[in-house]
Design a protein around this ligand. Structure first.
Ligand SMILES: [Zn+2]
Ligand SMILES: [Zn+2]
Length: 99
């Protein structure tokens, strides 16, 4: 069975892109039955969005805290509770190692 190049329209940006014979073959070997919905560049940017732990789009809320070890102001990804020591990243790894 041979594959033929197809023109598909990207569902993201509306650009027409080529679904090449090699790609169709690749899809088939992967067991994908659907054609790609996005052009290569949109696929690429979505991928990097998802995997990139980028500096800007981290939705994680950070709480200000004071390091129990060195007294430095730091931020922790959880709400600091009284009675539980909070460490800055430097001290945290130290404390963790010494245990
Ligand atoms: Zn696109
Ligand atoms: Zn510290």
């Amino acid at each position: 069975m041979s594959f033929q190049e197809k023109s598909l329209q990207c569902s993201d940006c509306g650009a027409t892109f080529t679904f090449s014979a090699e790609e169709q073959e690749f899809f088939k070997t992967k067991g994908y039955t659907n054609e790609p919905k996005r052009c290569p560049s949109c696929r690429q940017s979505r991928k990097s969005e998802r995997s990139g732990s980028g500096s800007y789009s981290s939705q994680r809320q950070m709480f200000p805290a004071k390091c129990a070890e060195c007294g430095k102001d730091t931020q922790v990804p959880f709400e600091p509770r009284s009675g539980r020591p909070v460490y800055c990243s430097d001290c945290y790894s130290k404390v963790k190692l010494s245990r």
